[in-house]
Write a protein that binds this ligand. Structure first.
Ligand SMILES: [Fe+2]
Length: 391
């Protein structure tokens, strides 16, 4: 979920103990010994007075090009450590900053690292300590809902137990987070063995499915995916498999940093095509990194390949890297295997977690999962709102 805004709600109150200036920056010394550096241009840009913007919604009513890059204060003062006030040259514009807000947005290296969310990577051993929660707890308590969102944030996956195995349940639950996404398979998709439909989706076949992220051929693949189990096979077939793409990335990075770098730099091509109705194509690196080099997005799909379109000299090294990657994500050491039972619902981040399944026995094709998805933005938004409500 990117930067951790939980800081906003934490009870520690910071006070300004001293302020120093140079020609371009303000140095704020805090009561806990920390020093923040704020450039004048940054401070002026972040004035949220009623002239500069709408203080309630943070909307801006001026352009940064209206402010000289070398803007300087006429005066700086702070009130009992809780408020910082600046009068700017040359027009005497007044900006007032709340000390807590300043500290929460301090962009020193230590504070930026402190705000960075660190996901918890996992492998098959997670089975002994699953991120899970009871349905009633999520429905009835904000704390339960927050716990679910935290599991999604930290592990990329959460199992919800005791969801009545009835058709209407998934839609109502998923919509409580945000609108259902329209996909090639509709907004709600029935995952059952159905030879008639299997040309549209391999999910409707009986074959085993190698772990993958969904709809890699789209510009914006679905965010949070829901599987709700209505019926299960009773012969142990059709087990669900989940793999932590972040963990795979780190293992590969440690073992072969050049292979990892190739998969971060060059694009894999994906295509979804069927019968004159759909021809979607997209190319993307397997791993997208943030500016700190952390993996923020994973796109892996052997189900919808298109020919690699890479420089000649990259083809062979890329295949070496791609094969190594596949050896990781098909290694059961990284599998979370679960026989979903009626009443189980699993939610996972399709930009991090790969999913697959074992084949479905010919004699036993009762398995019925219902599928839908909601954009990740709504989950992050809910999480921030619930954290801010101090539940
Ligand atoms: Fe899938």
């Amino acid at each position: 979920m990117g930067k951790n805004s939980a800081m906003r709600s934490q009870s520690k109150r910071y006070q300004i103990s001293k302020v120093k200036q140079d020609k371009r920056k303000l140095f704020v010394y805090w009561d806990d010994g920390h020093r923040s550096t704020f450039h004048y241009i940054w401070l002026r840009d972040n004035c949220y007075c009623s002239i500069c913007g709408d203080p309630k919604h943070g909307e801006k009513r001026f352009q940064i090009t209206d402010v000289p890059i070398d803007i300087e204060p006429l005066s700086v003062c702070w009130d009992r450590g809780n408020t910082l006030e600046i009068l700017w040259k040359p027009d005497n514009h007044k900006s007032v900053y709340n000390a807590q807000w300043l500290r929460q947005h301090c962009y020193s290296q230590t504070e930026r690292e402190h705000r960075q969310h660190r996901p918890i990577f996992w492998d098959s051993k997670i089975v002994s300590n699953l991120p899970e929660i009871a349905y009633q707890e999520v429905l009835n308590r904000n704390s339960g809902r927050l716990k679910l969102l935290e599991n999604l944030r930290d592990y990329g996956i959460c199992f919800v137990r005791n969801v009545p195995p009835q058709k209407g349940e998934l839609k109502a639950f998923a919509q409580s987070f945000g609108p259902l996404l329209e996909t090639n398979y509709g907004r709600i998709f029935e995952i059952i063995v159905d030879p008639e439909e299997s040309h549209k989706s391999v999910a409707n076949s009986e074959i085993d499915l190698i772990p993958h992220t969904d709809d890699a051929y789209q510009y914006a693949p679905p965010g949070i995916i829901f599987f709700h189990c209505l019926m299960a096979n009773n012969d142990g077939s059709g087990q669900s498999i989940f793999v932590d793409g972040f963990q795979i990335a780190e293992m590969l990075r440690q073992e072969d940093s050049e292979a990892f770098a190739l998969l971060c730099r060059y694009e894999v091509s994906f295509r979804k095509y069927y019968h004159d109705r759909i021809d979607m194509q997209f190319s993307s690196p397997v791993f997208c990194l943030d500016s700190g080099g952390n993996v923020k997005e994973v796109r892996i799909s052997n189900l919808f390949p298109a020919p690699l379109d890479l420089p000649e000299e990259i083809i062979e090294p890329f295949y070496m890297a791609y094969r190594k990657l596949m050896q990781f994500y098909t290694n059961p050491r990284y599998y979370l295997k679960q026989s979903l039972q009626p009443g189980d619902l699993v939610m996972f981040d399709n930009h991090r977690i790969l999913h697959g399944r074992t084949g479905i026995g010919r004699q036993n094709q009762r398995r019925h999962l219902r599928y839908c998805s909601v954009e990740r933005d709504f989950f992050h938004s809910w999480w921030r709102l619930l954290v801010d409500s101090n539940i």
